[in-house]
Write a protein that binds this ligand. Sequence first.
Ligand SMILES: Cc1cc2nc3c(=O)[nH]c(=O)nc-3n(C[C@H](O)[C@H](O)[C@H](O)COP(=O)(O)OP(=O)(O)OC[C@H]3O[C@@H](n4cnc5c(N)ncnc54)[C@H](O)[C@@H]3O)c2cc1C
Length: 285
Amino acid sequence: MINDFDFLQARSLTEALDILSANSDVLAIAGGTNVMVNMKRAPLETECLLDLSKLDELKTISEENNCIRLGAGVTFSHLLNWKPGGVIEDLMQPMCRAFAGPLIRNLATVGGNVCDASAAADLTPVLVALDASVELQSASDGIRTLNLVDFLQGVRKTARRKDELLTAITFSRPDADDCCFYYKLGKRKADAISIVSLAMIVKLEKDKVASSRISLGAVAPVAIRATTAEKILQGAILNDETIRACTEAAISDSSPIDDFRAGGDYRRQMVGVLVEKGLNAINNA
Ligand SMILES: Cc1cc2nc3c(=O)[nH]c(=O)nc-3n(C[C@H](O)[C@H](O)[C@H](O)COP(=O)(O)OP(=O)(O)OC[C@H]3O[C@@H](n4cnc5c(N)ncnc54)[C@H](O)[C@@H]3O)c2cc1C
């Protein structure tokens, strides 16, 4: 049973922020692909939905001085059709293709994916690997920027204040010679929620790893950096021994739960399989 609620449609970002600052009991809705599902499962904990879907200022992707800015209202279909080249495209394209199906991709926004803060969200591991930040805006304080790993505080918990909207996600363009790997393990190839996902960016210099960012999804309350694994890679030659040690470390960096999609032990094993697969792919590229 869906409870009664008011539905406000903002015509500008300023209007949306004013509505949020005047009323603490308002829930933003962008594509609605989480909100609508949730409201069928349990009564809405708000009496008012604020629709952001008409805010064109949130729907742009831009790049300036190698800094990419994804508006919060960019949909996964838009992201799939975006061709930034290099590592960004090589991570975003397979992630978008494995994200839900075309109908959901047409509605689901990047801002909704990040703000929903599901442990199994598919965009966040890619953004963590890109070392992304989020831009939050309120009527009273203007814009503040937080690193994504600080923004994501737990399952369905973020550092967003009730009077703030997430307006954009920003990250630097990786170097042209950086290598990357993405893989989403789900029960099906489409329309499946992640069991484990992996996004990694590795910089090789003269056969040695100069830097790496390894991000894992669905194996902790939020997308995480496998920092022990990254330390093992730092300065090492990417041979079988390093890959084995890095794989073991990535497994210990993860803390998956058992749920109806997969057991924790299986998820841990799959972290090892994916990290090994990714490092071998990068080594043989
Ligand atoms: C059939 C189906 C398949 C799915 N498959 C996948 C999948 O493969 N991978 C995956 O990661 N997810 C999947 N999802 C979940 C969902 O589609 C995504 O999380 C999506 O990105 C949510 O975006 P949205 O715009 O629809 O968010 P909404 O439902 O509109 O909002 C989600 C939350 O974010 C908040 N919010 C939205 N925008 C903002 C903003 N700009 N500022 C502040 N708060 C905001 C809302 O208040 C709400 O709490 C699936 C959902 C369905 C129904």
